[in-house]
Design a binder for this molecule. Structure first.
Ligand code: HEC
Length: 260
């Protein structure tokens, strides 16, 4: 009897030891959030470098701009390093660490988009060429999604989206409304684990982007007027939430590997 009691007791202890506690789960989710945030931030760096070189790209008097994929990527890496303290390289695209693979693949996708645009960028006599952060960002996301495959995606979205390709899904629309709501902390991303209908799990994450003075010439007032791209100005004001970068990564144990 005593032996049986002891067996039951140790069985109970074992059971409690192996029930994953809420705390353990929270740590994992924080890790996924960090990874998704890095992917979003690398796209933010891509967008920033295009914005910083907008006058050069738009210069009608200059032919060869020297703005090659390599030059662009070296500036993106530097911007990302300043923002996150992390070094990324194109070689990471073949890493077995899923986070490095994501970042490396994103870098390669970004470089390919600018390399493919060389003819347009170097056109003499043409000012505005539609090589702007939003368009480069969308094309980069498409390439990245294709290269990464199932369980991954990256996109720019907004409630007041211009391009149907950037249309928010149900979760994205819900998050965007939260970001726009009063009291939501500025620059704070948000994410959660989602279970798909087939039982697979993914981590979804969104990082808000805000209207800065430079955005107003296309997205600002007067609402309804045409901007330089031929699109319609939305009438946003400085500081308002313009949209978000949306990231999806598979929820899997291998994805919990740390970025070194
Ligand atoms: C030169 C005009 C121009 C400027 C300046 C500009 N945008 Fe845009 N923006 C566009 C266009 C055009 C699109 C649609 C892009 C596409 O085809 O995907 C767009 C799309 C977006 C989207 C994706 C959602 C959508 O509407 O389809 C976001 C987010 C965005 N812009 C944010 C910004 C922010 C933030 C700034 C300033 C830092 C900015 N934009 C500056 C023209 C501009």
């Amino acid at each position: 009897m005593a032996v049986l009691k002891r067996l039951i007791f140790s069985g109970l202890i074992l059971a409690f030891t192996f029930i994953p506690s809420a705390q353990v789960f929270a740590v994992e989710e924080r890790d996924l959030e960090k990874q998704a945030d890095l992917i979003a931030k690398l796209l933010v760096s891509c967008r920033a470098i295009i914005a910083q070189n907008q006058d050069l790209i738009n210069d009608p008097d200059k032919g060869d701009k020297g703005f090659t994929g390599d030059i662009y990527i070296s500036k993106v890496k530097e911007h990302f390093k300043n923002a996150t303290d992390l070094e990324v390289s194109e070689n990471d695209a073949s890493s077995s660490d899923p986070v490095k693979r994501s970042l490396g693949t994103l870098l390669c996708s970004a470089k390919a988009v600018i390399n493919e645009s060389q003819k347009v960028i170097n056109m003499k006599g043409k000012g505005f060429k539609k090589v702007i952060p939003a368009v480069v960002g969308r094309r980069t996301g498409f390439k990245y999604n294709k290269a990464m495959g199932v369980g991954y995606y990256l996109k720019q979205t907004s409630i007041r989206y211009r391009n149907p390709a950037n249309h928010p899904d149900v979760l994205e629309a819900k998050y965007l409304k939260e970001f726009e709501g009063p009291g939501y902390p500025k620059d704070k991303g948000k994410g959660e684990v989602i279970t798909n209908s087939d039982g697979s799990k993914v981590y979804r994450y969104m990082l808000p982007v805000y209207i800065k003075p430079a955005c107003l010439k296309c997205h600002g007032e007067p609402k309804g007027e045409k901007d330089i791209t031929g699109g319609i100005k939305e009438g946003y004001k400085e500081g308002e939430v313009r949209g978000a970068i949306s990231v999806m990564i598979p929820y899997s144990p291998t994805n919990l590997a740390q970025v070194k």
